[in-house]
Design a protein around this ligand. Structure first.
Ligand code: ZN
Length: 92
């Protein structure tokens, strides 16, 4: 394991930044999409402390909420967080 000197962000304390979250730790869509458009990071990697770059939200089949993926710029670790529940449109 390589120790990088003096990282600003501490591994283990990373994750999606609070400004991109709503109470309940779901994603706040508006600032997320803003960051996506401007190629700004949305959090810090739990593994290496690198910046997490946002991805396009997607809706898994059968889900009532969107998922917001993010990828670490440094180690390429993937993470994803759920957005707020949407109104149910059609449910079998
Ligand atoms: Zn990383």
């Amino acid at each position: 394991m390589t120790q990088q000197a003096a990282l600003i962000h501490h591994p283990g304390r990373g994750g999606i930044w609070r400004k991109f979250l709503l109470p309940g730790r779901t994603i706040n869509a508006a600032p997320w999409l803003d960051a996506l458009a401007q190629h700004h990071p949305v959090g810090t990697c739990r593994d290496c402390g690198g910046y997490l770059k946002p991805g396009k939200p997607y809706r898994p089949a059968g889900s009532t909420r969107d998922w917001y993926p993010a990828t670490c710029d440094t180690c390429k670790a993937d993470t994803a967080a759920a957005g707020p529940s949407q109104r149910k449109k059609k449910r079998p």
